[in-house]
Ligand binder design. Structure first.
Ligand SMILES: Nc1ncnc2c1ncn2[C@@H]1O[C@H](COP(=O)(O)OP(=O)(O)OP(=O)(O)O)[C@@H](O)[C@H]1O
Ligand SMILES: [Mg+2]
Length: 250
């Protein structure tokens, strides 16, 4: 998923000059616009969304099915180019970078957790977790990475599952592996799209508890899309998309 080519639109981008950013923001989106043509109709999904996320913040994004949550998350993470607007991450305008630089930012500075886990089936839990750290030509040795990956898996309660293949793990265990993988490069921000969507509520609650604990302990920034309004109360901020615009509560 993370390696998917960017969706490039046929509509030329309208990039307005971005106002000065507050130096404290990690991620700043300005006036994001995105529409899709479905049948003969054009649907405006993002209608001028602006948003800032500060380091260490835990934000939940809610909204009806089809409201544009995934579209917004992917746009903020550099996975889907908007038709208009800008995304600045760590002071760099994401969509002004080359696709190679964008891929590097995503791999090194961002972590991703998806509803469907996206583990490689032929790799063990340990190998899946260390994979994003193997993209670098230089850096830690495989042994050092294995030590780090195993420590993360242990923190996720998977000390006894390190050498299992995804097919040998339950859904909740697979999602814990995916969370460990998202942290291996010590990213600045984690993006999660319905991370408990495939899990029963009890398993999902356990996975979220572990994720929140790890994120809070490490002072990581987290943006989570969820349908679960109760869960959304657990963050510092709850953002809601309605009619292509963002409202916020709490
Ligand atoms: N690649 C695409 N082509 C056409 N339409 C799309 C595409 N991606 C999203 N859409 C449309 O944009 C709207 C928003 O989709 P999105 O996936 O962002 O919603 P969502 O809030 O994540 O919904 P859900 O809660 O069901 O996951 C929907 O109407 C969807 O059909
Ligand atoms: Mg979605």
């Amino acid at each position: 998923m993370v390696d998917q080519p960017l969706v490039v639109n046929d509509v030329p981008s309208r990039i307005p000059p971005s106002p000065a950013l507050s130096t404290s923001s990690l991620l700043a989106a300005r006036d994001l616009q995105r529409s899709f043509r479905i049948g003969g109709r054009r649907i405006e999904v993002l209608r001028g969304i602006s948003l800032e996320i500060v380091p260490g913040e835990v934000a939940f994004l809610v909204g009806a099915s089809g409201a544009g949550k995934t579209t917004l998350l992917y746009t903020l993470a550099g996975l889907e180019r908007p038709e208009g607007g800008t995304v600045e991450f760590e002071g760099r305008s994401l969509y002004d970078l080359s696709s190679r630089e964008q891929a590097r930012v995503r791999n090194d500075r961002m972590g991703f957790i998806f509803q469907g886990y996206h583990l490689l089936p032929e790799l063990t839990a340990l190998e899946n977790v260390r994979l994003p750290a193997m993209m670098h030509g230089s850096g830690p040795t495989v042994q050092e990475l294995d030590t780090r990956a195993e420590a993360l898996l242990r923190e996720m309660g998977l000390g006894e599952r390190v050498h299992h293949l995804p097919a040998e793990l339950s859904g909740g265990e697979q999602q814990r592996v995916a969370i460990a993988r998202s942290l291996i490069n010590d990213p600045a921000i984690l993006f999660a799209d319905e991370p408990t969507g495939n899990l029963d509520s009890k398993t999902g609650a356990g996975v979220i508890e572990t994720l929140l604990k790890l994120v809070r302990e490490r002072g990581k920034t987290l943006l989570v899309v969820t349908h679960d309004r109760g869960l959304a109360e657990r963050g510092d901020r709850r953002l809601e998309i309605v009619d292509g615009r963002l409202g916020s509560a709490t």
